[in-house]
Design a binder for this molecule. Sequence first.
Ligand code: DGL
Length: 254
Amino acid sequence: MDSGVGGLTVANAILDRCPQESILYFGDTAHLPYGDKSRESITSYTLDIVKFLIEQNCKVIIIACNTAWTVAGKTLQEHYGWRIPIYSVVEPLVELVRLGSYDSAGLIATRATIETGVYRQRISALRPTVSLRCMATPLLVPMVEEGYAQMDMGRAVLDGYFKEHTLGEIQALILGCTHYPILKDQIQSYFPDVSILEPSTITADYLSRRLDDLKLRAAENNQPHNRYVVSDFTPTFLEVVKSFYNREIEVEIV
Ligand code: DGL
């Protein structure tokens, strides 16, 4: 699940890595963007979606939304963690920082994600020597969802955030929102010598291992059936999806 199209960056990698699996993707377009909402609202939306996914007989849930996980992950695990494995994109991203042995990293994410301090806690637990600088970039989610990413208006927003950014000298930049990989090339152009870290491939690898550990992997000859549901139909949704998602999709409203 994600608040909108962003989690499809992770779904893409999961379907590449585990082509025999079926996915049910939930984009909570009625409540997007999450990043500026209260903790109570984000938690309530996320709990409702996870309940829905469990009712649809999902075997594993990936919270492909940093905001939902950093704000509501603990509550989610308390409510549903005993019923179904629930994974996030946060732990795999933190693992990338550890694997890269970076000493300095930047984090861009929604305001809500940064305010939780979850990335700072997790990174300092795994690699205490990293100096982490954080910057909230709240306009990037609506910009992607509205399809402005490739337009002059999008360029102006990116310039505003990154031309004279406050992240200082960094070796790696964590894209702490699943919408941001859609802008990866544009973001990289402001940070030419910096490693851009995004969670899709490592999350797919992690999930693949977990499916084996839990003996939940679908049979090799399984014919996958992928469903994409949204909580509201927004006119730009399908157009934006087409611009980066490698698969044909039909969208249902629930
Ligand atoms: N893709 C979500 C995330 O990773 C976007 C949150 C939002 O809707 O503001 O945080």
